[in-house]
Each structure stands twice: as structure tokens, then as C-alpha cells.
Design a protein around this ligand. Sequence first.
Ligand SMILES: NC(=O)c1ccc[n+]([C@@H]2O[C@H](COP(=O)([O-])OP(=O)(O)OC[C@H]3O[C@@H](n4cnc5c(N)ncnc54)[C@H](O)[C@@H]3O)[C@@H](O)[C@H]2O)c1
Ligand SMILES: O=C(O)C[C@H](O)C(=O)O
Ligand SMILES: [Mg+2]
Length: 604
Amino acid sequence: MAPQKSKFGHLPLSTSGPVDCALTGAALLNTPAFNKGSGFPEEERVKFNLTGLLPQAVQTLEQQAERAYEQYASRPDNLAKNTFLTSLKDQNEVLYYKLLEDHLQEVFSVVYTPTEGDAIQRYSKIFRRPEGCYLNINHQERVEPDLAQWGNAEDVDYIVVTDGEEILGIGDQGVGGVLISVAKLVLTTLCAGLHPSRCLPVVLDCGTDNEELLSDELYLGLQHKRVRGQKYDEFVDTFVKAARKLYPKAYIHFEDFGLKNARRFLDLYRPKMPCFNDDVQGTGCVTLAAIMAGLDISGLHLKDIRLVVFGAGSAGVGIADAVRGAIATEGGISHEEAAKQIWLIDRPGLLTTDTEVSDAQKIFVKDASSWSDKSTDLQSVVETVRPNVLIGTSTVPGAFTESVVKAMHKNASRPIILPLSNPTRLHEAKPEDLLKWTDGQALVATGSPFDPVKGPWGENGKEVSIEVAECNNSVVFPGIGLGAVLSRASRVTDKMLVAAVHGVASMSPTKKRDQKAPLLPDVLEVKKVSVRVARNVIQAAVQEGVATERDIPEEDDELDEWIREQMWEPKYRPLRYVEPRTATRAAKGELKKAGTVVRDDVSK
Ligand SMILES: NC(=O)c1ccc[n+]([C@@H]2O[C@H](COP(=O)([O-])OP(=O)(O)OC[C@H]3O[C@@H](n4cnc5c(N)ncnc54)[C@H](O)[C@@H]3O)[C@@H](O)[C@H]2O)c1
Ligand SMILES: O=C(O)C[C@H](O)C(=O)O
Ligand SMILES: [Mg+2]
């Protein structure tokens, strides 16, 4: 079968056309990127020496997905389901993504927040096979050769890297953090069609300060305290430099680094390469989009915002920055002026000129003298500053008490309240309580998924069901990554991020003027959202002069088609046999877990 040519010509990520493969027999069945199991058609069974290794029936991907779903559904709990899916991914990648796509709503929380958090905590207990690239702080000379095993310069588009120090809200998980890199990449494929074989999950193993892991003899990482200081900085820098050298086009996504490091590395590397910190920037973008949707419903504007952020770490300050930028841009005022509308609270209470703060927090501190006669805890701050938006990124469950919420509601008829701490048990409040305490008036979105809340908040006390949007960076990071990868952006600029926010906000169900609509698009819309976000990001990259890809279509419709054509989909593609001697490394299946890289035929 001749490779299908796109009307756009050369598309490095195109997913149509046959796949070159030099593997045969059992080796082919054991290579998840090529394996089709009972889905191998008759002629491929003959050509690739599979007859005798498979039962006779040739089944469709749909039939296989049905069977796999039945097996999945029979697992007793979410962690067992998560483990089942990990094994499936290890056997047949197309079938895995097909199952996820067919049951998106149901599986989202199983492959991602919150169940992935449980899998990470139990990493060394439930481990079966390695996934991703494990780098060792004690052997920095091996960073480059270890990373080089993942392919040639053209083979990697997207890298997620973590050092495992601040995983979700569950703290230091050491080497188990690799599973957050894996999960974020599953979403980039599922939600934005990044080619699964062109994504690379990395964990920087620096040791761990988690005593439980240190005393667990089954722990799989370096069993010593976290290395910090100069050696740690050198390790991160060695990794970044090696990644840039080996895969010069790859986009680097930093995930779940510790508070002190997340911002520092972002500031250091951002001006030099296409990189992104999801906890700071992704969370900032999606939360700003949710706030904008909430303002729309309550008839307010960015200039009216009075925002209290509880938990001023990576996510909290990232959100504050995004909101500050938006207020400044809309109002044509300085960032210092805009910061006056935002109050940050952390362990010591409100951050004031008397509190020790980080560089990133500095712009938000309030004059201590004007607070000298007042308490600076959450309740007092809410009573004093009368916020209309309250955000939780503190990992303190239940911090938004009835009394705090009622005090806020006194001055804000439609308070926007976003408890974002993950996993679910760490949320600052439950949606049902927030709605109960505010007579159904709170505009709520949460960091992890929650069921709709029923209550007597319709006309004449009629019972209504209120859907709660998930305000998770997963709404936006896949689309930002897709846009950056397709435009081959040399940087990720502020304007590209603002464009992403507008992309998400434009798809909020509240645009239909439904006062009870969730603030953000539903998970089922996720691919459409990613295309929209990618379009905005690409257009901003072109305007900013950082897009290095030529031939990017100008018109919206054509650009959307160009984006969609390059998104990988879970479909079986015909295999074309190539001699091992002449095969590329990818086709030989030598790369990544003994062979999950697939070279797209159309790029030749
Ligand atoms: N929904 C999302 O998309 C999303 C994105 C990123 C982070 N998060 C969640 O947000 C939480 C924080 O993540 P992070 O990366 O910012 O972590 P972080 O460690 O950088 O920040 C947490 C902050 O909360 C503060 N804090 C702790 N106890 C407090 C208390 N009693 N009172 C006030 N402040 C307190 C800490 O001092 C720290 O500054 C986590 O639960 C994480 O899962 C959610
Ligand atoms: O991973 C998530 O669910 C969101 C976020 O990146 C977090 O660290 O909590
Ligand atoms: Mg995170």
C-alpha cells in the first residue's frame, strides 16, 4: 500500500501510511507499538511468521477493545484497574489507547489523578516492568548515553521529566515519580494525539527524603537522602543539556519538582529552549480560564477580581501570576498595580512585608503595617479583603470551612471557589458542602473529578443537578504541548500561554449563558479543546516569531485540519516488512523498551 500523502506535504508526525517493521514472530508479538494480537490480518501472519503463535480468528480492534473492557471492568478496584491498564499498554499500545478513548470519562481518573497517585505511592510494591528513562545522580557521566538509547535526533518530540520531590499533593515519592511522567504522557497522546512512540518519560533519581521509602527494602530507587545543592543543580543541567543535544526539537515539560526548584529551573531554561512547567504554568492557565468563565456568569470583569490564594507554592503562585498578567493586560495597568488585587496566604498566614518570601511571591506581599492590628489567618483575611475568588493549592483538606465560605458569600453573591489540591482527599472543601453553604450559588471547580451535586437550587426550590468542572492542568497542557511541538517553537512565550487560556475559555459551557453550567469543558471534549488550544498557541508562536516550522496554514479552518492530520489515533496501520540489515533503528525495534519507536513512512 502506497503511503498516503497529506495535502500539506511533509508531515513529520503524520500517522497515516504503513509502518516499517523488522521484527517477526514472538519478538513482534512482544513489542507493544507493533503488536496487534488477534488483530493481525492473515497476510501479515504469514509474512511475519506469526501463524501458529495466534489462535485462528482474526478480530477487529473493536472486538478486542470490547474484550479488554470486560476484563478491565472485572477488576475489583481502581488501583487494580490501573495495573490492568499498565499491563495492556505493555502488550498492545493501539488497543490500550482505543480502550481509553472508548471509555474516556470512566478511565480518566484511573490512569491519571487520583488513582495514579496511589500507583505512585505503591510503585516499588506493584512494579512489574520499567517504563521510561531512569537517570542516576551518582553517575552523571551516564546521563547522555542513557538518554541516547531513546532514538535519533528526530525521534523524540515531547519529554516529561520529574525529580519526584513534590508529586501531586503526596510529597516525595522518589523514583516512583516516574509514573507521573508516564501518566502525563498518556494524556498528551490521549487528549492531543502526540505520537506515543515519540514521547519520553524521565525520572531524575536524586534519592528521597521519604523515610518510609528509605526503610522499605523493596524500594527501587537510590536508597539515600535526596542530594541537594550544587551536585543536584549540575545533574538537572546535565540532563537538560543532553536532552537538547540529543533531541534538539523536543519540548521539555517539567512536572512535580519541589517548590524551591520548580520556579528556579523554569526561569533559568525558559529563555533558552521550548520548556514548560505544568504545575506553575499549566495550572495557571486552566485556573485563569475557569475564573474567566466564572466572571462571565457573575457579570464581573478582570478589573473586579479580588483573589485570595490559600497555599502559595508552585501552583498557587503560578495561578496568581497568570491572573495578575490578565488583570494588567486588560486594564492597561502595571503588574505591581494588578498584584494589589491578589492576596497570598501560606503557613505563616497572609504574606506581608514582614514575612520571609521567595522572589516569585514578593510582588504580592501586603504592607505589614496595615495588618498590624488584624489576624492574618484565612478567616480573617476573607472577612477583611472580601474576595470574590478563592483558590486552594495548600494540600490542607477541609481548610475552606463553613465559616470561611459563608463569610465570603456575604460579600460575593456568586463566589468562585476552586479547591485544587490533589488527590481527592486533600481538597480544601467538597463541592457538595460549598454548594450547600452558599445555597447553590458558589461557582465551583476542583482539582480531581467529582460527581454532580444535587440540591434544591432550581426555580421555586426545584431539585437540580449541578455539574462540577475538573480544573486540572490536564485540560490545557496537552494542547499547549501539541501547539509547541507542531510549530516547532523555539520558546514558550507568555503570549502563547495567554492564547491557550483564551482557547480553553472560548470552549467553556458557560459561553452558552447557562448559569448552572460547569466552568470548564467536559473531559469528553478534550480532543476538541486540544485542537483549539494548539491553534491559538501556534498562531501566537507565529506572531511572536518563535515558530520554526514553515508552511503553517494561516486560516483557522485549514490550520485546524493541519493540526488534526498530525494527531496520532489508535488504529492499526499496515506493517511493511523491512530487512533487519537495512532497517532503521526504529523499524528494527531496537529503541525504547526493545522497540516501541515507529518511524512514519510519509516522512521519508
Ligand atoms: N488541579 C491542578 O491542576 C493542580 C495543579 C498543580 C498542583 N495541584 C495541587 O495543588 C497542591 C499544591 O501543589 P504545589 O505543586 O503548588 O505544591 P507546593 O508544595 O509547591 O505548594 C503547597 C503550598 O501550600 C503551603 N501550605 C502547606 N500547609 C499550609 C497551611 N496549613 N496553610 C497555608 N499554606 C500551607 C506550603 O507551604 C506550600 O507553599 C497539590 O495538592 C497539588 O496536587 C493541582
Ligand atoms: O497531576 C495532576 O493531577 C495535576 C497537577 O499537576 C498536580 O501536581 O496535582
Ligand atoms: Mg503536577
